[in-house]
Design a protein around this ligand. Sequence first.
Ligand SMILES: *[C@@H]1O[C@H](CO)[C@@H](O)[C@H](O)[C@H]1NC(C)=O
Ligand SMILES: *[C@@H]1O[C@H](CO)[C@@H](O)[C@H](O)[C@H]1NC(C)=O
Ligand SMILES: *[C@@H]1O[C@H](CO)[C@@H](O)[C@H](O)[C@H]1NC(C)=O
Length: 497
Amino acid sequence: MAMFILICTLLFYLYGETSGFPSRQFFATSKNQAVPFTNAGPEPKFIEKYFTQVLDHFNFNSQFNGTYEQRYLITDQYWKNGHGPIFFYTGNEGDITEFAVNSGFITELAAEQGALVIFAEHRYYGNSLPFGKKDSFKNPEVGLLTVEQALADYAVMITELKRQLGATDCPVIVFGGSYGGMLSVYMRLRYPNIVAGALAASAPILSTAGMGASTQFFQDVTSDFEQCSPACRDAVQGAFIQLENLAQREDYGAIQSSFSLCKAPASGADIHQLKGFLRNAFTMMAMMDYPYSTHFMGSMPANPVKVACDTMMSGADLLPALRDTVGIFYNSTGDLTCFDLYKLYVECADPTGCGLGLDSLAWDYQACTEIELCYESNNVSDMFPSLPFTEQDRERYCTQKWGVVPRPGWLKTQFWGDALSTASNIIFSNGDLDPWANGGVRKTLSPSLIAINIAAGAHHLDLRGSNEADPPSVILARWMESGIIAQWVAMERRKSL
Ligand SMILES: *[C@@H]1O[C@H](CO)[C@@H](O)[C@H](O)[C@H]1NC(C)=O
Ligand SMILES: *[C@@H]1O[C@H](CO)[C@@H](O)[C@H](O)[C@H]1NC(C)=O
Ligand SMILES: *[C@@H]1O[C@H](CO)[C@@H](O)[C@H](O)[C@H]1NC(C)=O
């Protein structure tokens, strides 16, 4: 009881002050463009910079023996100059500003602990295209897009920036969410000389290394909707059964009008695309099931899973209900008069979606090489139509699309899989609502390999800035993370004495 009161007092002390003002905040970039920053907390003012980076870290005879310009965002506004720690976000599969505006916890923590904050963009994403928009995704240029090259980029960048900033003695903590969290883990495994600890939020290091069941992901998406209400799950499955019946009869006109499609489907391939398109909206709503509205990988209302279930069960007619439910994600602006299946959803080597634009090409390539995402729905352990995606399917697709043959097992060999007993100083945080959670580490493995499970959390909710609608579980998680990180920083300082 006393402990409980102590924790509550501390929680109030740490978060009570910052949670009340969802002020609008702005990014100052070197081009003086203001980017709105909507999280609560102390106002971060990032400067956008570029780092001249080695193109190929691993081949001194490479035909690509030059450099490229890698983008990063930096703020020293909280930094105890030359002394405070460095909080370094290992950028993942997208524009780095997206991650910076959606990871307010890191700057809130920096304000508390006097840290310098850097968000580094992953090569081949956002503005960090080594060969420009035109050539980066060609062969052989795309070959420099590997996890190892990205980690080496971060290691080189940290070392050089520390030197430039007079920060050689400042402990470095890496942060990341999702694939970015995987990179944080790998940074600690590969470069413990540079990185004192890692907060890996929602990092599915096991399932992306080919471990676990291929049906887990869509089963966990389904259980979010089922937990909201079993009738919701049944309604979704029922709608897919109706769609299947229409598809069997090749009643493409009825399918077009039920789903407000711009073009009538004309083949089994179009029906397959439609199923993937529909399933993807549920994936996104489950991942982004935050208790307040967000603009991250699309725009979502508060509690999108509940909104989806309300929509799904609002009418007697299941197909239009399904259309309106996926519209929560695809038609968040309310501007679409019809759904263009091939524009709104791109099928790729990641059945959970690659997003759109150039970033989706880069992620597709990664899913075709090191990152294993052979997840499938089966209409038995989940509410979706059976959409298999086997290793053979992946190999066929990747050979055709990129001229590469995936190497199952490589990521596990290279980054240890679950054989982590010699690792240290990593927090694996996961939210119970997140379909990626069970692909990650959910049990504490040692005193310094700590799992933090967030009961009411979706995809890396803990990295987001504090918000009035935060459940107690994430407030507690952030408080624990803050304490552990402070301890790592102190340990690292003692080591260097
Ligand atoms: C790259 O290699 C070529 C010869 O293959 C050499 O002429 C050039 O100076 C090298 N460039 C760099 C940046 O090292
Ligand atoms: C998109 O939303 C608007 C506003 O709710 C609605 O009128 C329109 O029919 C929706 N489009 C589709 C394709 O469902
Ligand atoms: C899912 O399985 C049920 C039987 O459990 C079957 O009636 C239905 O047609 C299947 N749905 C799809 C979309 O294949």
